[in-house]
Write a protein that binds this ligand. Structure first.
Ligand code: COA
Length: 415
């Protein structure tokens, strides 16, 4: 079966996490992704957080599947010529260098346009135009500057960053959408364009509901679904909401059987209004279904702490999986807190290709997260990440270089 992006060639100038997550997605959809790296070094993540000496790290392998790797020194004049040939041959250049690095290499937007007017140039940067546009940015900087950290954690603690890489992988996802959209527009205009996804913007996009709450707070001075209500204080800015649901149906994380020794023996429980009577039955508080102090969502809001404490008395008598089974029978929305160990071992995730085992020539077998986006006519086959420069000769030959020319360029340190 063909793939959705068959025939699309991506010049992948990305490194670390944000850019590589974007190009990995495009590769999974069938694009030919040619990753350009520096000879001898490569993407810095190849050697970061290594668990096996001298072997590409999981950090690298898990972000660079289905790509080809070529080594080019783009500051070497002959290396520059090779890169120019690639620009002429490819549809999209994706990069996430520090601001200005591509220009300093001599590849300004204008120069790229001269070489290939159809080329789409897609960039991840930490910030968009403004006071911070020249800053280098990593994941947690973006989480802090995009509003996530100030709204995560508990009221009596400091701001907290999340383990979900919303700054890096989240922005990679935004960029991938920008790229396929620009490719679609190119079918009408015949022209390339620039695509920018700033990490601050990407994180803020994912924190949209918190900007909603900021404006609610300014108007009313109170947000009744927040744990600060009714006894705590609200200040000028959206406070940290602990495990409150963030939506119109109150929720909280509750202890389950075994919580004393298992740090993940918890369940997320949502007191969805339409199933309130069923919740009351399950936890043995049938009288709450009709008691005016508990029967309506509005009446429950000032009593959420007491209500969740009562529900927790019930969840503590069940494992998180037993609780899930019972609650699902009654359509009560809930979710177990799954550890990475449990996720890695979950058979249904293996079956759908969301968790995939991959074989690598120097590392052996390892697990990775497959394509989370499933297309019925473009199935994803996860292939191992390339070794550094594994495809240099192959790609150079496709560009028309003879074996002698390739050898001469290698001697000159250009590739
Ligand atoms: N040949 C020759 N030079 C190369 C090269 C190649 N194949 N590939 C990269 N380089 C050079 C660049 O031109 C740059 O040189 P310069 O500083 O002289 O202009 C240099 O390598 C380093 O690139 P840079 O992007 O500055 O790397 P860094 O390690 O200093 O910074 C980041 C890393 C992630 C902080 C930075 O790239 C950044 O802010 N990127 C944008 C935001 C982002 O994506 N952050 C998330 C990362 S997960």
């Amino acid at each position: 079966m063909g793939k959705a992006l068959d025939g699309v060639r991506i010049l992948d100038f990305t490194h670390v996490q944000s850019g590589p997550t974007c190009t990995q997605l495009l590769a999974w959809f069938g694009a030919d992704v040619i990753k350009v790296e520096r000879a001898g070094a490569g993407d810095i993540t190849r050697e970061q957080l290594r668990d096996i000496p001298d072997v590409d790290s999981l950090y690298f392998t898990m972000l660079n599947h289905n790509k080809r790797s070529v080594t080019i020194d783009t500051k070497n004049p002959e290396g520059k010529q090779v890169l120019e040939a690639l620009i002429q041959k490819c549809d999209v250049l994706v990069e996430n260098f520090a601001p200005g690095a591509l220009d300093r290499m001599g590849f300004t937007w204008e120069r790229i346009q001269e070489l290939n007017p159809r080329m789409i140039v897609a960039s991840v940067k930490g910030f968009g135009p403004g006071p911070y546009e020249d800053c280098k940015v990593y994941e947690n900087v973006a989480q802090c500057a995009g509003g996530a950290a100030s709204t995560t954690g508990f009221d009596d603690g400091p701001p907290v960053v999340t383990g979900a890489q919303i700054g890096d992988s989240g922005t990679g996802l935004h960029l991938a959408l920008g790229i396929v959209t620009a490719l679609y527009q190119r079918t009408q205009t015949g022209r390339g364009q620039r695509v920018l996804a700033a990490m601050q913007d990407g994180v803020l996009n994912l924190c949209r509901v918190k900007l909603r709450d900021q404006q609610r707070l300014e108007r009313t001075g109170v947000m009744k679904e927040y744990p600060q209500y009714p006894n705590g204080k609200f200040g000028e800015a959206v406070p940290r909401a602990g495990n409150a649901s963030g939506g119109g149906q109150p929720g909280w994380i509750l202890k389950c059987k075994g919580w004393e020794t298992d740090p993940n023996a918890y369940i997320y429980f949502i007191t969805q209004a339409p199933v309130w009577a069923k919740i009351c039955n399950v936890i043995g508080k049938e009288e709450w279904a009709t008691d005016p102090d508990y029967a309506t969502p509005a009446a429950r809001l000032p009593r959420l702490k007491e209500i969740f404490a009562e529900i927790e008395r019930w969840t503590m008598t069940k494992t998180k999986f037993e609780a899930m089974q019972i609650l699902n029978k009654y359509d009560i929305p809930c979710g177990p807190i799954l550890s990475m160990k449990e996720i890695a071992e979950e058979p249904s995730l293996r079956q759908t290709g969301t968790i995939v085992e991959v074989d690598h020539p120097t590392r052996g077998k390892y697990l990775t997260v497959g394509n989370p986006i499933k297309l019925s006519d473009s199935p994803t086959e996860v292939k191992r990440s390339p070794l550094l420069g594994e495809h240099t000769d192959e790609v150079m030959a496709e560009l028309g270089y003879s074996p002698e020319q390739i050898s001469a360029l290698r001697t000159a340190g250009a590739i």
